[in-house]
Write a protein that binds this ligand. Sequence first.
Ligand code: MOS
Length: 719
Amino acid sequence: MTNTWIGQPLPRVDGRAKVTGAARYAAEFNQPGQVHAVIVSSTVGLGRIESIDTEAVSHLPGVLAIISHLNAPRLAYREHRGFIDPVIGERLHVLQDDRVHFFGQPVAVVVAETLDQAERAASGVRISYDAQTPAVEMDAGAANAITPDGPSLDTSRGDPELALAAAPARLDVTYEIERQNHNPMEPHGTIAVWTDDRLTLWSKSQFVVNEAAEIEAVFGLPAGSVQVISPFLGGAFGSSLRTWPHVTLAALAARVVGRPVKLVLTRRQMFYTTGYRPHEIQRIALGAQSDGRLQALIHEGIGETSRYEQFVESLTTVSSYLYSCPNVRTRYRLAPLDESTPTYMRAPGEASGVFALECAIDELAVELGLDPIELRLRNEPTIDEGGRIPFSSRSLRECYARGAARFGWDRRDPRPGSMTDGRLLIGWGMASATYPAARAAASARARLVADGTAHVETAASDMGPGTYTSMTQVAAEALGLAPDEVHFELGRSDFPTCPPHGGSWTMASVGSAVHAACVAVRELADSIEARQGMSSLNGATRRDVYRELVTRRGGLPIEAEASSAPGPERQQYSMHAFGAVFVEVAVDPELGTIRVRRALGAYAAGRIVNPRLARSQCTGGMVGGIGMALMERTVLDSRDGRVVNASLADYLVPVNLDIETLEVEVVEEDDPYVNPLGVKGIGEIALVGMAPAIANAVYHATGRRVRRLPIRIESLLAA
Ligand code: MOS
């Protein structure tokens, strides 16, 4: 196999379609005869619906249906445990009874000829409730925390309590991260069309095969009845992994009125029914010898969840493998509250867990008077001590070294408040980053067609990382074609099946499948060529060969489908990407404002398929980390559970003016175990270390240790 296209900084193959508006997103697939649905959301946070009065609006022009639990068809809600949906509890059964579980829950849906008509009618539906005060306060929830059902997520080795008590240096601190919402640019939306008992959904989704299976289960339909199409996503960050209630409502509305229905959530509604990063509280206790070597590590975390499902994420996992330590305990609990269910968001689990651990390591470095990199190097493990297996590869030392050199870390004066620029306080902070290099079974199909080009398809998604481009490169390389001789398609549930487009799984899982399918079709072509003794084609391009082969078959394409799955190597090696993040902040000591002047991430994530896309992924993740550290928080009103800042005016995200210099240093790795392509995925790790690096930089600038995210002006001005 030639090695031509993998590793090249190709521009996005879909770049032109995106900037010219030719790329179509879910809500743009308008259908003939289409009508519009608008959700009526609960205005109480807990209770029962007493009555629904539609008199004032049901006869307004254009109104076709007002659907609520009073008249909605009963839905099957067959069991369906896709591995992205919480496996514990039971999902919301929408419009099936009078109960309200959380503020913003859909309680009715209005269908009308135009969007304006539907919105007007929806605003006039009068609902009275028997309302109670919902429990939404994290402190109260944490006091009544429960152990998640299912296999224990807690881990333990040695005797950490004893070791902590005996350690010459120790700290025991609590960190908190407020709730965050994904807020992708593109709102969630679905267009639903029934043809007899078959349903087509153009729907924003990171997991089309799961969305089809979930809607089949909800409506009690046989497998294969639902087709989900989602060729482009305008960002998602995990919020389109699950199939949320609005998809069911679009399909339900379309069935009731017998017309194609479009349903798009408002920005406000997205804060309630498309998941969020849970509010989490974490305790870290560290005990070390005076030379810095860790003796005890206790990591306890509590995350909020709903009462009808239990959402769990890998909050404390990182503490079992990031550092060498003989005595470690991790514990993970849930705080069930009267809320909708959280979900995976931007490096879920690790982003939050690493924040706590990496701030605590920085605090320990200060206590010991050690450079934070030196402290980490003294605790660098030789194996994964939690899993008691070697790492497939781990280039964290290299990340520290390369990152520190490029950042100029040796010019840092460690004394807090010692570095200034005029009246501004300058802080330099760093943190480690890590994210699992996971992989799941995936499949793909490759077809050589009459003009000698290839069509490659798989049910993956592309929410922004550049899946279209990277898969085209993998396919081109395996087929011996140029990228413009490969036509790659994704985002249809009837394509060969794929795992969710998330968790940095796509390149490892789908890339391996695309590679396998292309190798298979090339071998098929080679065997046909050999059988036919086509020596006349010696010296021809691969495209010429494929064209000739297909022509001799009367134009019948040569096709192969292949699957690729992880094997026993997953039990033999611990597989993670690693990185080191360096940040410079400038703090105004009078105003408390914090600016990230520059950030540098050094990442080792296996082989890089496309350095240009990888850099874009990394800077995107770093921007998300700045949001997490300094801006993003979803604020609930404790009286009724409403989100008081459910808009992009009030929920702050970084904009261009908030971002200055972002640098990315890629540390190349040759990992022969992780998967056939040797890739680890780079979508999430770039967010992971940012928040602790920023918090550590704020400490360095000000001497103030802020242990609650986001760090706000108030955090620094408070006495
Ligand atoms: Mo990402 S939170 O796994 O979509």
